[in-house]
Design a protein around this ligand. Structure first.
Ligand code: ZN
Length: 234
């Protein structure tokens, strides 16, 4: 990898993918973003994306020069074949197999396949994603082995070398805050807290010290505890 390369970041508007976007802006000469519309119960994630991109380029001239196009891909079929709390009005809970009902089977495999196709067209070899084994080991499509298999599948299936970067794979939420601070200081932390969205219920009405959210769903609890742990250690 050298700074002349380009990268495509899977950017949802959540905290993790925003840290990954900042990570990529530090490392690549040109960085494009891709987001997926797939019938989410709440479109909040898609709404915050342009605001986050604007906030990031306002922070740094270098980042402004490097940040390129944003691609939104509609995958309505994903909602049609899913029956989860993310796409229907169902309770978020842990099902019998130990997975949250928010789990869309194989969602990241679909995302990577589309991201790979877009990257191929854009002559981009590096994909960056916020997948993490540490916090949600219940998501099999976020595991390191899955991502490595997808990298191989894309490389073989397109006859072009792809590298998938997952800078958050082995760190917890507190360490993700620490990484963000290391990359972009207090300004990046402020963007994470004010603009990014992770709450499963789409709640933007309640502001906490760790950001917006209902405060009760698994994503909010994870973010709140990670922020508290990072604050206590910093
Ligand atoms: Zn929540």
């Amino acid at each position: 990898m050298d700074l002349l390369d380009s990268a495509l970041v899977l950017f949802s508007g959540g905290q993790d993918s925003t840290v990954c976007l900042a990570w990529a802006l530090e490392r690549f000469a040109r960085v494009e973003t891709i987001g997926f519309a797939y019938g989410q119960r709440h479109a909040v994630e898609l709404e915050v994306r342009p605001r986050i991109r604007s906030a990031l380029v306002a922070r740094s001239q270098e980042w402004r020069a490097r940040l390129g196009d944003d691609h939104i891909v509609r995958i309505d079929a994903l909602a049609e074949i899913s029956d989860t709390a993310l796409t229907r009005e169902a309770e978020i809970e842990i099902n019998k197999s130990g997975l949250p009902t928010t789990f869309v089977p194989g969602r990241n495999l679909v995302f990577f396949a589309f991201a790979g196709a877009v990257a191929y067209r854009r002559n981009i070899h590096h994909l960056v994603g916020g997948m993490c084994e540490t916090d949600f080991s219940g998501y099999p499509d976020c595991r390191d082995d899955t991502v490595k298999a997808m990298q191989l599948a894309l490389t073989l299936g397109t006859d072009r070398r792809f590298v998938i970067h997952t800078p958050l794979m082995w760190i917890d939420k507190a360490a993700t805050f620490a990484l963000a601070h290391q990359i972009g200081g207090t300004a990046l932390i402020d963007i994470l807290l004010a603009e990014t969205h992770t709450c499963y219920l789409g709640d933007r009405g309640h502001r906490h010290d760790w950001g917006f959210g209902c405060g009760e769903c698994p994503a909010c609890r994870l973010r709140a505890s990670g922020y508290a742990k990072w604050k206590a250690a910093s």
